[in-house]
Design a protein around this ligand. Structure first.
Ligand code: M6R
Length: 606
């Protein structure tokens, strides 16, 4: 994740921007930069490495003015270098900062270069500076320029732009990446979250997806994508100096569901090597030497492991055993068929997973920690670390950490398959391209909240629910059931749909909600027959599927569709409506969504 901040109308604002950047350092810090607008000119400092390098640079070469932008970067497109660090300038007139991924940046760059624009970085973000320059050179106002640029770009973004000739004015926009606007006295601020602004103001506006705004010291004008002025509520944020806030959402869980495009994009960046291929922290020869993997995890992380087993076995032809950490740690496992153990843990602190990892290490397996919290115990003790970059997850129910784990694991599966000589270059590149499309597909899937709300309302009366999935969607069914029960306290079970006839079908009675996960994959026909059997016995089928598979079933009571996706990645996309359904059901029931009863975020006891 990158962090962005901005100030208009505050004397000597560079110190303030630095302070705000420090509060965003958790979002990534391979490089950072500040631009200050003063007397019709833009002056910029950028530094590679931690923020203290930029602070040092600002001491040696101070920048002074009353408006400016700051950025702390976690590289996605383009390596870690000063020229790829933000801010990015075009024609010495326009400067931008950006968090997210501009998916059509290649086509835009070609078009802009054809018009004579010259680029100085390898980033996707730089096209934004040139698009704004083009818009202003064509005589557009700030409001028109914002609308014009929004209409040209695809992907996920929180961005801010300034023009040297328009003092004390900035244009900001967002889609699927967070952005808060702070209102001060005679000054306005922006930040990737309200914590970046909490030392400046408590009056905050959270832009909605596809909003853009023109920000001046005296106030803010917000527009929707059509350029129509809209009112967005001013929220009074808590005075607390905590490191994360709810970002205008009702719960951390709701916020974290919305952060998934960012979490996936940044995890993918961490799993992409300098040559632009999916990679892992393991050397190619170490990957090639892996002949069997034990996956150790608990709860949601265990379900991520189960999805990964399908990927690794089918792509890399390496056997995988998924073990519940609390069981494995007391077993006397036969490890001869395995060469490494992957401990998967959001927190990196789950005692069961830590102990299972130690157990595997003592049995001679090489250990890899897949963790979201750098510096956690599992990260420190594992022989190797594979990171997810989901950012802090506060809600007890794991959401963005799960889809980030899946992103890291599918990337690992592809890199392993390549090292084992099991995948063609064409298929590798096809999967890589499909993963790169996930952030925006997940972003689109987040639009399902309103469709799912009535369904959630109807679930609140249920005493029990079943979740069914087949093949790679079986673990997603388990995850869906876990989400529903831990949040709404409704009894829920996940089953492999082909297993129903071996016992669980006896549970089906008239009106029992059956949440069915279906993708356009090799087992779709068989999964559909299993659902038919459930419907024939009175099950109320709630179908969650891809657009192209929806017509396979004409007996579902409700259908929720997500965009079509490579079948390999269906578990990632189909997880999102499952999370939303559990969240909204709990919300409708009035349970404590972020801290459900009897649970803790990280379980560090036996
Ligand atoms: O931090 P970890 O990934 O090790 O946590 C494992 C489980 O405790 C966790 O996934 C738990 O199941 C969540 N509450 C599920 O939402």
């Amino acid at each position: 994740m990158c962090g962005i901040v901005g100030v208009v109308g505050l004397e000597a604002c560079s110190e303030t921007i630095l302070d705000s950047l420090k509060r965003l350092e958790y979002r990534g810090y391979d490089s950072s930069g500040i631009v200050i607008q003063s007397d019709g000119a833009l002056q910029m400092n950028r530094a590679v490495g931690k923020l203290r390098n930029l602070s040092e640079m600002m001491r040696e070469a101070p920048l002074d003015g009353q408006s400016g932008l700051g950025h702390t970067r976690w590289a996605t497109h383009g390596g870690v270098s000063e020229r790829n660090a933000h801010p990015h300038m075009a024609g010495d007139k326009v400067v931008i900062v950006h968090n997210g991924i501009i998916e059509n940046h290649v086509a835009l760059r070609v078009e802009l270069e054809g018009k004579g624009h010259s680029f100085s970085s390898e980033t996707d973000s730089e096209v934004l500076a040139h698009l704004f320059l083009e818009a202003f050179d064509n005589g557009l106002s700030a409001q028109q320029a914002g609308k014009e640029v929004m209409a040209r770009i695809e992907g996920t973004f929180a961005l801010a732009a300034m023009h040297a000739d328009h003092p004390d004015m900035m244009i900001v926009a967002r889609n699927a990446s967070p952005l808060a606007v702070g209102l001060g006295e005679g000054a306005s601020f922006i930040g990737s979250d309200a914590v970046a602004l909490s030392h400046l103001t408590r009056d905050v506006i959270y832009l909605k997806d596809n909003d853009y705004a023109v920000i001046r010291p005296e106030g803010v004008e917000v527009f929707d994508a059509e350029g129509t002025p809209v009112n967005r509520e001013v929220v009074i944020v808590a005075a607390s100096q905590g490191v994360v806030d709810k970002g205008g959402y009702r719960h951390f869980m709701e916020k974290e569901i919305h952060e998934q495009p960012d979490a996936i994009a940044h995890t993918l960046a961490a799993m992409t090597g300098p040559e632009g291929k999916l990679s892992t922290p393991l050397a190619r020869e170490d990957l090639a030497a892996i002949d069997g993997i034990v996956m150790l995890a608990a709860g949601t992380s265990h379900y991520a492991a189960m999805v990964a087993r399908y990927w690794i076995e089918s792509l890399a032809r390496v056997p995988v055993s998924c073990e519940i950490a609390s069981e494995y740690r007391y077993r006397n496992p036969v490890t001869g068929a395995f060469s490494c153990a992957v401990a998967i843990s959001q927190s990196g602190e789950s005692l069961d997973t830590l102990m299972a990892m130690r157990h595997a290490g003592e049995a001679g397996l090489r250990t890899i920690g897949l963790v979201n919290v750098p510096g956690s115990t599992i990260a420190r003790e594992a022989d190797m670390v594979m990171p997810t970059r989901a950012g802090p997850e506060i809600g007890v129910a794991s959401t963005k950490a799960f889809t980030a784990q899946l992103t890291a694991l599918v990337s690992f599966a592809v890199a392993l398959a390549e090292a084992k000589g099991q995948i063609s270059v064409a298929r590798r590149d096809e999967i890589h391209a499909a993963i790169q499309g996930l952030p925006s597909m997940v972003g689109r899937t987040l639009g399902l909240f309103d469709d799912i709300r009535p369904l959630a309302h109807s679930l609140t009366a249920a005493r029990s629910a079943l979740y069914l999935g087949r093949d790679v969607l079986f673990p997603v069914a388990l995850e869906g059931a876990l989400k529903l029960k831990e949040l709404s306290y409704i009894h829920a079970e996940g089953f492999a749909s082909g297993e129903m006839k071996h016992g669980p079908i006896a549970l089906i009675e008239e009106g029992l909600p059956v949440v069915a996960l279906l993708a356009a994959d090799e087992v779709m026909g068989k999964a559909a027959s299993n659902l038919q059997e459930a419907a024939a016995r009175g099950g109320r089928i709630i179908l969650i599927t891809e657009e192209r598979a929806a017509s396979t079933i004409d007996f579902a009571e409700s259908v929720i569709t997500v965009p079509n996706v490579d079948p390999l990645l269906a578990p990632v996309l189909l997880t999102v409506p499952v999370q939303i359904l559990a969240y909204l059901t709990a919300f409708e029931k009035g349970t404590d969504v972020d801290q459900p009863r009897n649970l803790a975020k990280s379980v560090t006891v036996e």
